[in-house]
Write a protein that binds this ligand. Structure first.
Ligand SMILES: [Zn+2]
Length: 452
């Protein structure tokens, strides 16, 4: 038996009553939380590791509901270009030239950035190699819902990605059989759907059937760009959400990402079908759209936050996304009272857990749940003073304030040092591999200033 006692912390529990312990302790036993608040002495083992966290804030590990780990080595390939250039000239060449080993390093690098920003769980919408993502997540020590990027139709696809509906479904089932519930259950496999541009109705329907059969979720980009809605209208005769509803796939285990171009009626459909939403504010700003997040929250829809991939939003930093979320909706709606800090904290904790179908095991610091939490040290010029501790977590916390991370009861990062993998070796390998992929893919970015 292994115990860790964190004592004297400011604990933002996110339990059902959303209680905050101003001088709280947390007792972790193996992978679970054994006690919170005033911990009885009799529960503490003589060899427990005792850590005084006075002056620090402890909150549940953050949950990133949309991040493309395989795109991490493509950061910077898509800045200041339109969507078709981004996709056809940058991202398709990059992703289709990625090897399994590249994807492994890309995932490790992405996880490093996420851990440093307080994330202990994420959902991956679909990379090319579930095998290498599973390996990386297993080694680095956090949790993930992984999926394969799935496409059975559409224009501009590289030859190696031209697959039939059957091939795509079979590959996903194979990945699920091999990797689901591996790494002590930290690695789980979901079903992916890329977008309506690249997924046939047959594929969409059968994907949902398989997800139900295996008791997992479906992760899909929905209404990210205006053209997507127009495309659905032209090819399916209905806007995208209405079309997905007509196909019968909208459900509790459907995680819809972006959801920028929704009508009010479609927001109601999401509410009625209990669809989960991943809001990615930085990526949405890139392609110019405001998702109706305040309205969704009012309707009781489970809204969560995601970073998207590195070529889309550059920073795989969920803390930056929290800050952005708090700002953009105020500006857009001309109302400084909407999108309050507490709502945003729910998005990255309890709502995130619900969206990835883990509300019974993570998302809050409660007895019996998995021990996933972060220790925040606010003593920095950028975060002090703490007149309003909870608001500060959204408005002035930086990822550098995340001092330590525990996932599944184990220290993953301690005092900013990553303990599970060799970080500098990964950074070196990432630089080499990114340069090699860039060359192989034949991408040539123009110089913005003359190089001499
Ligand atoms: Zn995405």
């Amino acid at each position: 038996m292994r115990q860790i006692l964190l004592k004297n912390g400011f604990v933002v529990s996110m339990n059902k009553k959303e209680q905050v312990y101003t001088q709280g302790s947390i007792l972790i036993e193996n992978d679970r939380i054994k006690a919170v608040g005033d911990v009885e002495q009799s529960l503490i083992a003589s060899d427990a590791e005792i850590v005084d966290v006075k002056g620090k804030i402890i909150m549940p590990g953050l949950i990133n509901t949309h991040v493309h780990t395989s795109q991490q080595l493509g950061r910077g390939l898509g800045d200041d270009v339109n969507l078709l250039t981004w996709l056809h000239e940058r991202i398709f060449p990059y992703e289709s030239n990625l090897t399994e080993e590249d994807s492994y390093i890309s995932t490790l690098l992405c996880c490093l950035e996420q851990i440093r920003a307080g994330v202990t769980s994420f959902a991956e919408p679909g990379g090319q190699f579930v095998s290498s993502m599973a390996k990386a997540v297993g080694e680095i020590g956090i949790r993930a819902k992984l999926a394969k990027s799935v496409m059975d139709c559409g224009e501009g696809l590289p030859a190696r990605w031209q697959k039939t509906t059957r091939e795509e479904l079979e590959k996903q089932e194979e990945d699920l059989r091999k990797f689901h519930n591996t790494a002590d259950g930290r690695v789980q496999v979901w079903f992916g759907l890329r977008t309506i541009f690249n997924n046939s109705d047959d594929l969409i329907i059968q994907t949902k059937e398989l997800a139900d059969k295996y008791g997992v979720g479906v992760h899909m980009h929905v209404a990210e760009v205006k053209e997507e809605v127009e495309f659905a209208l032209e090819t399916r005769g209905a806007t995208i959400v209405k079309h997905l509803d007509n196909l019968g796939v909208l459900d509790k285990n459907f995680l819809a990402v972006h959801t920028v171009w929704l009508t009010d009626e479609e927001v109601d459909i999401f509410r009625d079908k209990q669809v989960k939403v991943s809001h990615n504010p930085a990526a949405a700003m890139r392609v110019l759209g405001f998702a109706k997040i305040p309205r969704m929250l009012k309707e009781g829809i489970c809204v969560t936050l995601g970073t998207d991939g590195a070529p889309s939003s550059n920073r795989m930093d969920l803390i930056d996304e929290m800050w952005l979320t708090s700002l953009i909706h105020k500006g857009w709606r001309l109302d400084p009272t909407i999108m309050k800090a507490e709502e945003i904290i729910r998005m990255v904790t309890v709502n995130g857990a619900k969206a990835i179908l883990e509300e019974n095991s993570i998302g809050s610091i409660e007895v019996g749940k998995k021990a996933d939490m972060i220790i925040i040290n606010p003593d920095s010029p950028g975060m002090l003073p703490l007149h309003d501790n909870i608001a500060n977590l959204v408005t002035s916390m930086h990822s550098s304030n995340v001092e330590s991370t525990i996932c599944d009861g184990k220290w993953i990062m301690r005092e900013r040092k990553i303990l599970t993998v060799d970080e500098s070796a990964i950074l070196n390998e990432a630089k080499k591999r990114a340069a090699a992929i860039y060359k192989r893919a034949g991408i040539q970015l123009p110089h913005r200033f003359p190089y001499i």
